[in-house]
Design a protein around this ligand. Sequence first.
Ligand code: ADP
Length: 215
Amino acid sequence: MMEIALPSLGLEPQDFHLGVLQTYDPMRIVFLGPPGSGKGTQAQRLKDYLQIVHLSTGEMLRQAHEAGTTLGIEAARFMNAGQLVPDDMVVRIVADRIRENDCQRGCLFDGFPRTVPQAQALDQLLTQRGTPLNLVIALEVSEPLLVERLLARGRADDDQQTIRERFRQYSRQTQPLLDYYASRGVLARIVAEGCPDDVFEQIRAAVETAAGAPK
Ligand code: ADP
């Protein structure tokens, strides 16, 4: 099979199969939502739809732990207690990741930022690169439904006590981000209690609005 080189555009053959590159300019999107809100599932779907990098800090930290790096081992102590990993550690791994080439074509931040200092660090990193955030999607689900979903999932950090602690951290540390991003005019709130298809349709609509009319 003949290889077609596309170095000047930085495109790969697989970039063409959905035709989305003709529709949207590269976007930087943040996903916010409490544990169990379906954030991971929806972020994955949006990543497939837009063909952009899915950057999950939870996933990156779990991988670092599996690889046995110093950062990963240190981070696991906080994760297993349901606490947030310190800002400087998380900002460091995100800063390294967004320097990689594939992020030039857009990036979907899942689980980051989780605190106002992280949001400020992200703004600074992106502004330096001349590529500010386009959209923040906040998934909203009532707490009883969240608990039900998390207990059904049963990941290592999904026992009752750790779940309660993660909620506390979310409302204390992450909820203030809603005001932070609302005041910047980039926030889209989405009620995420319906089936995954319904939720995704709302997300798609928010992305379309943020991207402007398709070209
Ligand atoms: P969930 O959304 O269910 O909490 P994640 O995979 O996003 O799952 O995160 C799991 C854990 O990883 C968190 O409870 C936290 O300890 C750590 N973590 C992930 N992202 C961050 C972040 N941006 N800042 C601090 N800690 C983080």
